[in-house]
Design a protein around this ligand. Structure first.
Ligand SMILES: Cc1cc2nc3c(=O)[nH]c(=O)nc-3n(C[C@H](O)[C@H](O)[C@H](O)COP(=O)(O)O)c2cc1C
Length: 193
């Protein structure tokens, strides 16, 4: 009987939240374009559970374009002081509007205004152009709640492969893998380090 990878993720994530000084929820997100050329960047994990791992971003960004062309991705957590990494792979879908609305509403006002002001991943002539745009949206939404921009929302990665890597003495590192089985459960394995 395989262990539950989500319970193991929860346990490791809780330890990271207790010990990492900054952004224990930071993870590298790897995508690839239609020609198979990969790219990676950091994003923040903002929700997780048996139905997937959620992050939020601009849906007109470079990553969003790559996801539209090739909706497969990988996530990588590395908690240096714990000497652990977790690799997560699978297809991506949009989070629901309700999820994106709820998370957007929970953000600080400056982050909300920034989401309106930023054309993420597009060329920017100079820093002052962004500051001017930020001032414009500040004025536009003055005295009212900032709504979620139509181009901003969440993505859910539904894992079909998860690997837990733990540093061990004498380079006998431990690698535990979980692959989604046909019945919806998980097949557990070990890999040579
Ligand atoms: C620690 C860290 C966390 C980040 N979190 C996010 C995030 O949650 N969402 C996001 O859109 N960008 C985030 N960024 C910025 C991205 O790394 C990246 O610059 C941006 O999303 C544009 O990526 P793209 O051009 O590949 O679409 C984060 C950067 C760092 C260093």
């Amino acid at each position: 009987m395989a262990d539950d990878p989500f319970a193991l993720f929860d346990a490791w994530f809780a330890e990271a939240q207790a010990s990492e000084p900054n952004d224990p929820n930071a993870m590298a997100l790897a995508t690839a374009d239609a020609r198979g050329r990969p790219s990676a960047r950091m994003v923040l994990l903002k929700g997780h559970g048996p139905d997937g791992f959620i992050f939020y971003t601009n849906r007109d960004s470079r990553k969003a374009g790559e996801i539209a062309a090739n909706p497969q991705a990988a996530l990588l957590f590395h908690w240096k002081s714990l000497r652990r990494q977790i690799r997560v792979e699978g297809p991506l879908t949009w989070a629901t509007d309700a999820e994106s609305d709820a998370y957007f509403a929970s953000r600080g006002r400056d982050s909300q205004l920034g989401a309106w002001a930023s054309d993420q991943s597009r060329p920017l002539a100079d820093r002052s152009t962004f500051e001017t745009r930020f001032a414009e949206v500040q004025a536009r939404f003055d005295g009212q709640d900032v709504p979620r921009p139509p181009h901003w929302g969440g993505y859910r990665l539904t894992p079909d492969h998860i690997e837990f890597w733990q540093d061990r003495a004498h380079r006998l590192h431990e690698r535990r893998t979980f692959d989604r089985a046909g019945d919806g459960g998980w097949t557990e394995g070990l890999l040579y380090p």
